[in-house]
Design a protein around this ligand. Structure first.
Ligand SMILES: Cc1ncc(COP(=O)(O)O)c(C=O)c1O
Length: 465
């Protein structure tokens, strides 16, 4: 199909995820249809090139130039055994990948349950947690603690952990009893400029939530090392050690949701390694294959997995395609590429430079805060020196009206978001060099400067389509 046919056909047949269809398929503009990638760049069906400063939604860690290598990896596997499950049987790629992950992951996260993506991983983790407590004679542990605005996925179980109310309300009462506590957004917190006091207050809130839920009824504390929704919220020093201690005190398990932070986004295999804490479980997806195939996994510690190996204990959870041989083969090759091409090292090498360059954006009145870690950053967008928040009509004008088109015009894919406060986020491919990172920041500067001018102009609010 040519460009026009694709546009027409998409309008007629393709339902888009998390999309206002009336707006995405509006006659005044084309839908962005990407057909090719190269390094950190993607190209649309009219040949326009964009820097993918979002790594296809935090997935494309190694960028887009490893297709041939991936083809050669699956060329052997596909004719040999295209598929077998991990339901009571297995195949070499899933076993080899599980072993490799056990070797690479921190601590004793030595057991791997494969899924097809992040929501499935979060949900499978919950089932494993529940099976663990049933098996050790604590079946009453059915509650969890998660954080406000955090996104942990959309299947109904995972959605229970997600703390974004508008995404949940329509779908009825959550099947898991989850208490949401404050996240680690320091920017507007009254004690945000005093990390010790901030940390103490946040951990106090977790303790209070556990006391209210009943300490022997809480099964899980789940959090991301750097929380995505809300805009790259980093934890104050001591926060994760505090979560670890609280979980241990009350006998609950601690889980890092690493769907975004894992596989190099923060310069380590798991983002949590930067906090010096080993969780009991971790959910991963996206970067596990650098999105050359869909795959997720739950990584489980020895202690959590142990009861599952007891005679007669049945793990009551399974997903047909979890651990698919082709996805596992691609994941193995992805991990090889990470090591061979120094992907983690590239992030570590460039993090300070990227941060320094991004911090210069604070000179723009529309940028109130710049926060993040590794190759994962957010600029919080504000009304000027007072750091006032944009109201809903203003957010519609800026985040849904102006920015999407202006970013594309600048040849840049980045993410305007207001699940929490208004932010513009980037997460470049982890193979990006200094020149690409500089180009991203230069383009961001132009786009944000124009955004400030746009918001200063008098105009009628655009309605959210
Ligand atoms: C932290 C986190 N957990 C879970 C998910 C759900 O992953 P998926 O979209 O692969 O189901 C996401 C998706 O972005 C995520 O960011």
């Amino acid at each position: 199909m040519n460009h026009d046919q694709l546009q027409q056909s998409a309008r007629e047949h393709l339902l888009l995820h998390f999309t206002r269809h009336a707006s995405a398929y509006a006659a005044e503009h084309d839908l962005l249809v990407l057909e090719r990638g190269e390094g950190p760049y993607v190209f649309d069906t009219q040949g326009r090139r964009y820097i993918d400063a979002l790594s296809s939604l935090f997935c494309a860690q190694i960028g887009y130039s490893y297709g041939e290598e991936m083809v050669s990896a699956v060329a052997d596997q596909l004719p040999r055994l295209a598929f077998n499950t991990n339901w009571g049987t297995a195949h070499p790629p899933s076993i080899e990948l599980a072993q490799r992950l056990a070797e690479l992951m921190p601590g004793d996260l030595n057991h791997v349950f494969f899924t097809c993506g992040g929501s499935e991983a979060v949900e499978a983790a919950w089932k494993i947690v529940r099976e663990h407590f049933d098996a050790i004679g604590q079946p009453q542990r059915r509650k969890a603690i998660a954080r406000d605005i955090a996104y942990h996925g959309v299947t109904l179980g995972a959605l229970a952990f997600t703390g974004v109310a508008p995404m949940k309300e329509a779908f009825g009462p959550p099947p898991i009893d989850v208490t949401h506590v404050s996240n680690t957004n320091a920017f507007r917190a009254p004690d945000g400029d005093d990390p010790e006091a901030f940390c103490r207050r946040l951990l106090g809130e977790v303790r209070d939530a556990i006391a209210a839920a009943g300490p022997d009824e809480v099964a899980l504390i789940i959090a991301e090392p750097v929380q995505n929704a809300g805009g790259c919220l980093i934890a104050p020093p001591g926060y994760w050690e505090g979560l670890r201690a609280i979980a241990d005190e009350c006998g609950a398990l601690l889980m890092a949701d690493e769907v975004i932070c894992g596989f190099g986004r923060l310069g380590e295999w798991l983002g949590i390694e930067r906090e010096g804490v080993v969780p009991d479980l971790a959910s991963v997806a996206k970067g596990l294959t650098s999105a050359y195939a869909p795959m997720g996994a739950v990584l489980v510690s020895d202690r959590v997995a142990e009861p599952l190996y007891e005679p007669g204990v049945l793990l009551r959870h399974g997903i047909t395609f979890g651990g698919h041989p082709l996805a596992a083969t691609i994941a193995l090759r992805n991990l090889e590429i990470f090591e061979r091409d120094g992907v983690l090292e590239n992030v570590r090498r460039h993090e300070a430079h990227l941060e320094e360059r991004l911090q210069t954006l604070r000179s723009l009145p529309i940028v109130g805060d710049v926060r993040g870690r590794g190759f994962f950053w957010a600029m919080e967008l504000v009304k000027g020196a007072s750091n006032e928040r944009f109201d809903k009509p203003e957010r519609d004008r800026l985040l849904r009206g102006f920015l999407p088109g202006r970013l594309l015009e600048a040849g840049l894919i980045a993410r305007p978001d207001d699940r929490g406060d208004s932010v513009l986020q980037i997460a470049p491919p982890l193979v990006s060099d200094a020149a690409v990172l500089d180009e991203i920041v230069d383009r961001l500067h132009d786009v944000l400067a124009d955004s400030g001018r746009f918001m200063d102009m008098v105009g009628e609010p655009v309605a959210a389509a």
